[in-house]
Design a protein around this ligand. Structure first.
Ligand code: GP9
Length: 412
């Protein structure tokens, strides 16, 4: 393995874009981090209005004073929600047939919580479901979370259950009380849950006044459920402000994966006039609010869940880990997202070209689209992007299988 590690080290050194290259490097050193992985949140409901009513008024308001990355894409594998967690917190492809938390729960990682723990942060993960779902209980300590607040945890009250667990509103409120006692700075990672399929909210929690055409349809239910999450998030942000936590905190919200299914695409188109083809289905929002930020900036760069970790650590002034396949988003560069699972493996989207791999696995059988003209071009234009996803997934796979992530740059 020494030879392979040497080669990987060389490849990463030549190809990584480092945290230090961000204009924000170190600007928010020592600030708290609250990161919300929003269950089933796609980009399309943001900014959408139905009968003149916003679906996500609180998220829309947050975007007005945050950095917003509307062209961000999911990178989940077979671990679905849990793989989104893994990718955002590790910047590594989730190369595991059973999902990372089930297949490699006790590997050694260079995850965000682990690195922050080393920097003196208190770290926790929160999820309103059972601790063994997606094998989180076993996997979280190796991810670096000192505490895991779940439905059976003594510090969390089961005061409101909706769908699969404690409601988002209750979780958010209870976490604010926990922050008051936590050693500062803290990293709180919350995996929201209420907005889960089948999205059927109890009557009292259906806040939108939907037209009859939408009421009771999968699309209408999804909008009601998103609206609930949005409201809970708004309450949470107000509480963080009231308790003077907001100004000392980097606040991140991103979606884990799509909510509605491919079978719903014609309904979505018919009822909302929204395109829900593959590319929009994989499109999840990413919002990063800097402490005391007063104006919003929208960045059109193509990004991915694995860009979250490098972007955050760049804000904190932490130039680690060095094994990362994503990049800080706030630098001048071409955007890129590679896929290992959800679409055909080795497809990618980028600012210039999209490559849709073919099922036969032969590069030249895939489709290369020029994103300016939206027309197919000679597949060779996609060769560089294809080589990248091929190499990055191969390295991710090798390092995970052999539990070698911390060995690549052992001084870290
Ligand atoms: C379960 C929750 C949902 O704990 O995270 O996971 P999903 O079904 O969306 O993968």
């Amino acid at each position: 393995q020494t030879g392979e590690l040497k080669e990987i080290r060389k490849y990463l050194k030549e190809n990584q874009i480092y945290q230090k290259s961000s204009p924000y490097y170190g600007k928010f050193n020592g600030k708290n981090i609250i990161m919300i992985q929003a269950e089933s949140l796609n980009t399309f409901p943001l900014g959408l209005e139905v009968k003149g009513e916003e679906v996500t008024p609180n998220i829309n308001k947050l975007i007005k004073t945050s950095h917003y990355y509307p062209n961000t894409y999911l990178q989940i594998g077979h671990g679905n929600t849990s793989d989104a967690e893994f990718v955002a917190n590790n910047s590594v492809y989730p190369m595991a047939e059973r999902g990372i938390y089930k297949q490699y729960p006790t590997n050694d990682y260079l995850s965000l919580a682990k690195v922050l723990k080393g920097e003196g942060y208190s770290t926790s993960a929160t999820h309103g479901n059972k601790p063994d779902f997606w094998n989180r209980e076993l996997a979280y300590p190796k991810q670096g979370y000192q505490a895991f607040y779940h439905i059976n945890h003594s510090k969390l009250k089961r005061d409101e259950i909706i769908g699969m667990g404690i409601s988002d509103e209750s979780i958010f409120k209870q976490m604010v009380n926990i922050y008051k006692e936590d050693k500062k700075p803290f990293y709180s990672f919350i995996v929201s849950l209420t907005n889960h399929r089948p999205f059927e909210m109890p009557k009292d929690y259906q806040f939108m006044n939907l037209p009859d055409s939408l009421t009771g349809t999968p699309t209408g239910n999804y909008l009601q459920s998103i609206r609930y999450f949005d409201q809970a998030l708004g309450i949470y942000i107000d509480l963080l402000k009231k308790e003077n936590i907001w100004d000392d905190t980097i606040f991140i919200v991103y979606g884990d994966h799509y909510g509605l299914l491919p079978k719903d695409k014609s309904e979505v188109k018919k009822l909302l006039n929204v395109t829900f083809e593959e590319k929009s289905r994989f499109n999840i929002p990413l919002i990063i609010h800097h402490p005391k930020q007063k104006t919003g900036e929208t960045h059109d760069i193509v990004g991915s869940q694995m860009d979250i970790y490098p972007t955050l650590t760049s804000l904190l002034g932490i130039d680690r880990p060095l094994v990362q396949f994503g990049k800080p988003l706030d630098i001048e560069r071409k955007g890129y997202v590679g896929f290992a699972y959800e679409t055909t493996r080795y497809s990618f989207y980028s600012d210039d070209y999209d490559y849709i791999a073919s099922h036969d696995g032969i590069f030249s059988s895939g489709k290369c689209i020029n994103n300016e003209t939206k027309k197919p071009v000679n597949v060779n234009a996609c060769q560089k992007g294809y080589n990248k996803v091929l190499k990055d997934t191969e390295i991710s796979s090798f390092l995970l299988k052999n539990n070698l992530l911390p060995q690549v740059f052992p001084q870290q």
